[in-house]
Design a protein around this ligand. Structure first.
Ligand code: GCW
Length: 685
């Protein structure tokens, strides 16, 4: 790593308490090919980390050495856990078999075992993390620590454009592209290390809105660089994926159609893919956004989403590649007066009817909520609806609607809620976590993706504390039983400081930050109310009369969208009992009640408060709690590096302005609409 960017959690600061492990100055490898690039990278990381943290110079035992007193044994094993319901031949199983690892202590030696070299790499990162987090080595490993990742695909989606800009990027420019060229430098390798260290095994390197130069990624112009990138990633167990322009046949192929059933279209793709995989053998597949927000797709030709996805999937199958097809398909030209069309319904309406039609190597990528990464949404009913289709969950750690890496918003608690959501698609194994791990339906391919929050800022994520979302997403995707607090603690100790007071103070900031953000922004699950286009800051009516299908429907009597059976019927897309719960004003949980129902301002919530009083209270509280977070951060001056302190401090100043603005605007708006004063007579403008 050079000094042009932060080392984040791979900083490997000196650690004192593990002196006894200084004996581990040797290693030996059994069963793996010494030239395997992943093994080489694993050893490199192990040597580097141990030297920096414990001052050890690691040496390989060679044949002439007598066996040293203690060593690290890196060994190939065949003993792999059985996944409960996984299909024996499924690709999920193959991936997880390779990635599983076990670390144990045998006498004086530490043993890292795996079936695949990538398992060894993960084992090495696990061991280094144990030291970096000051965990006790014997406690962690003496009974044997065996980890099989929970999700087979653990993916980061970059919305990087080839001109260097990042769509919804809040941490500088792209480190992949500049002036329509692909950049490969030391940062590329360090990026691979950083994300592999938290278990990411797939990266989509360009924006799903594929335009301009990006349409030419599948041409000779970029093949060599892409292959190089693919090889670098492969050295860290990361698969390379590209977002594809669905209309390539027209835009770069010179045909006049992109109809998936047209023979000429198929023939063009067949030839194109043969060329692509010959030139980029490390490529693992494609992500496609079709028929969405102005992007072309099969609907133009009267075909289904399955027709489009299957056409491409069939062609790339012979290269062992997959097509990840996004379900973010909705009518973005709605008239606000139309109360029957419901954007929330669209994903299910467009994709459910073809459940079972998507071919084996198609995966549907489903945003966590039916709208668009709001601070609070119900879980998409496609998760638990689809039963015969490979599925991946898509979340967003780029904080588009959640503070844009200015406001602190630690998202792992939200992801835990989503993963733990019971879909009732069966009697057991019915949570979102079960579905995307492949457990529920024995899926061939499944997993989780996040729209990433990285850029070329010195600290990678704009706000240092936003690094917790990048770190945390990877950790959670790898081991979904980890809790949000443990993840936060690991991030802080490895990235910021291992001083207990610092660790606890930052935990007190991170852990409630999502709840605080929710309080001072849009109430009770209604979402939106953001500044149009930029999506930062409050504009209660910003989207209210626009074409995007994102309405709160406030009038002088009440607010909320009726998505019950008397309204748009969206609530009925869920399995029972979720459907009845959401359908009922009485039963619907408070935090989502305005998503599902239009309520009067004096409607009494489960909390005992009226809707209007809830709006006032939560906004005042949210703003106060944001001030408390900022004040906590101020106490760290001098105890964390100046660079980190100043970066976060400056962001907190902007967060407080934002929180105040939201609080004032929302409260004044609803006071003016409802005419009902705040019970406590606080300042409402
Ligand atoms: O939320 C919207 C964003 C778009 C994005 C789109 C998507 C990449 O505002 O910028 O486009 O979602 O997910 O495709």
């Amino acid at each position: 790593m050079n000094d042009n960017y932060a080392k984040l959690w791979l900083d490997y600061k000196p650690r004192n308490i593990h002196q006894e492990y200084k004996r581990l100055t040797y290693f030996c490898i059994e069963g793996f090919d010494r030239s395997d690039i992943i093994i080489c990278n694993a050893i490199k990381e192990l040597s580097f980390g141990l030297r920096k943290m414990l001052g050890i110079s690691l040496k390989e035992i060679d044949e002439n050495d007598s066996t040293p007193e203690a060593y690290i044994l890196i060994r190939k094993t065949n003993k792999i856990s059985e996944k409960k319901s996984a299909d024996k031949l499924s690709s999920n199983k193959e991936i997880l078999d390779r990635e599983e690892f076990e670390i144990s202590i045998r006498g004086n030696n530490l043993c890292i075992e795996a079936l695949g070299s990538v398992g060894i790499l993960y084992g090495v990162f696990d061991f280094l993390r144990t030291i970096a987090c000051d965990r006790n080595i014997p406690d962690t490993y003496s009974k044997g620590r065996k980890i099989r990742p929970t999700n087979p695909l653990r993916m980061l989606d970059h919305w990087d454009n080839m001109d260097g800009n990042i769509e919804r990027g809040y941490s500088g420019k792209s480190f992949f592209y500049e002036n329509n060229e692909i950049i490969i430098n030391e940062r590329t390798y360090d990026y691979a290390r950083l994300i592999a260290s938290v278990g990411i095994n797939a990266v989509v390197i360009n924006n799903v809105n594929v335009k301009a130069a990006a349409s030419y990624m599948i041409t000779d112009r970029y093949f060599d660089k892409l292959n190089k990138l693919g090889e670098i990633f492969a050295g860290y167990g990361i698969g390379l994926f590209i977002s594809l322009n669905y209309a390539s046949t027209i835009e770069i192929g010179g045909l006049d159609s992109a109809d998936p059933l047209d023979e000429n279209v198929r023939a063009w793709w067949k030839e194109k893919m043969a060329e692509v995989f010959r030139r980029i053998p490390s490529l693992k597949g494609f992500l496609v956004k079709a028929d969405s927000e102005g992007r072309p797709g099969p609907f133009t030709y009267g075909r289904t989403q399955a027709d489009g996805a299957n056409m491409l999937a069939d062609i790339v199958k012979e290269y062992g590649a997959i097509i990840i097809w996004r379900c973010f398909v909705y009518n973005c030209r709605q008239d606000w007066r139309d109360t029957k069309t419901d954007r929330a319904r669209a994903g299910y309406d467009n994709f459910m009817p073809m459940d079972g039609d998507y071919h084996d190597n198609v995966i549907l990528q489903i945003k966590n909520g039916p709208m668009d990464f709001q601070i609070r949404e119900p879980v998409s009913p496609l998760l638990g609806g689809l039963r015969k289709t490979n599925q991946m969950l898509e979340v967003q750690i780029a904080q588009e609607y959640t503070g844009q890496q200015i406001d602190v918003c630690y998202l792992i608690p939200m992801f835990k809620e989503i993963l733990g959501f019971k879909t009732y698609c069966g009697k057991e194994n019915d949570t979102v976590a079960d579905i995307i791990s492949g457990e529920t339906f024995g899926s061939r391919f499944s997993g989780i993706a996040a729209v990433t929050n990285t850029g070329n800022d010195f600290n990678w994520t704009g706000n240092y504390l936003a690094g917790a979302n990048l770190f945390g997403f990877g950790r959670l995707a790898f081991e979904n039983n980890l809790d949000a607090e443990t993840i936060a603690e690991e991030f802080i100790r490895m990235t910021i400081s291992d001083d207990d007071r610092v660790v606890n103070t930052i935990k007190e900031i991170l852990l409630p930050s999502r709840a605080i953000y929710e309080k001072y922004t849009c109430p009770l699950g209604i979402g939106w109310m953001v500044t149009p286009a930029t999506h930062y800051g409050c504009s209660v009516d910003g989207y209210e009369y626009d074409r995007w299908g994102t309405y709160h429907r406030a009038d002088h009597l009440g607010l909320g969208v009726d998505r019950s059976d008397k309204g748009t019927g969206y609530a009925l897309q869920y399995n029972e009992p979720n459907s009845s719960v959401y359908n009922s004003k009485k039963k619907c949980p408070d935090e989502l009640v305005l998503f599902f129902h239009h309520l009067s301002y004096d409607h009494v919530l489960h909390s005992g408060k009226t809707v209007i009083q809830h709006i006032y209270d939560s906004h005042f509280e949210g703003f106060d709690e944001a001030k408390e977070m900022a004040a906590k951060w101020e106490t760290l001056k001098g105890d964390v590096s100046n660079e980190i302190y100043t970066n976060v401090s400056e962001r907190f100043k902007r967060q407080l302005l934002n929180a105040r603005e939201w609080c004032d605007q929302v409260n004044s708006y609803f006071y003016r609409k409802s005419g009902i004063p705040d019970k406590y007579g606080r300042q409402i403008w």
